[in-house]
Design a binder for this molecule. Structure first.
Ligand SMILES: [Zn+2]
Ligand SMILES: [Zn+2]
Length: 203
């Protein structure tokens, strides 16, 4: 909650302030990237008094944590979210309202979206939430050049720059298969030997 009493209601009055607030729960894009609850959010605000309310312009900065969409490694980055929002006085709203019966649903929903100053206080949290979600990447990456994971075996390619699968590997696999067949033959012989041992033990 922020106080507008110091600002006053004289149109044109300006107030700048900075404040550090703990991040509310679920600040960010759920399951993708966000600012953990309680992490400090640095706010720089400009409050401007206008006829019908207070116009808030500001920037929020905070650390955000998520996971790279390509390589799935944890990542952290700073988010800087700009916002501008009008908070209206209730009495100004009453003055602006027509005397006709409020009928259209559209008008109601428009009213619901409006933010108000209550007893000289306004709540920045919904504005902060929207701004942070917009400022965060929908597809965060640990770095722009992240090569992600090998689609064949899932190994992280940035850590294995020479990693590849190609036709040579397939032929090699065929040779390995052949080698295993030979080994199986050896195993059969071994099995025979073991069976002999077992027979001895039984005696
Ligand atoms: Zn990555
Ligand atoms: Zn691979």
């Amino acid at each position: 909650m922020f106080d507008t009493h110091e600002l006053g209601r004289r149109p044109g009055a300006l107030q700048k302030l900075t404040r550090s607030v703990p991040a509310p729960k679920d600040l960010g894009i759920a399951g993708v990237i966000g600012t953990p609850e309680g992490v400090p959010v640095e706010l720089a605000l400009r409050l401007e008094s206008v006829m019908e309310g207070v116009l808030i312009t500001g920037t929020a900065r905070a650390a955000a944590e998520g996971e790279c969409v390509r390589c799935l490694e944890p990542l952290s980055q700073e988010v800087a979210a700009d916002f501008q929002e009008m908070f209206s006085y209730h009495d100004a709203d009453d003055r602006g309202r027509t005397r006709a019966e409020p009928a259209a649903d559209a008008e109601y929903s428009e009213d619901d979206d409006r933010l108000f100053i209550e007893d000289g206080l306004f709540d920045l949290e919904p504005v902060l939430r929207d701004a942070v979600v917009l400022a965060l990447p929908m597809q965060p990456v640990c770095r722009e050049t992240c090569a992600g994971l090998c689609s064949t075996c899932g190994i992280r390619l940035d850590e294995n720059p020479d990693h590849h699968h190609d036709a040579v590997d397939i032929r090699w696999a065929a040779l390995q298969g052949l080698a295993e067949t030979v080994k199986d033959g050896e195993k059969d012989n071994m099995g025979g030997a073991e069976a002999g041992v077992d027979e001895k033990q039984e005696k």
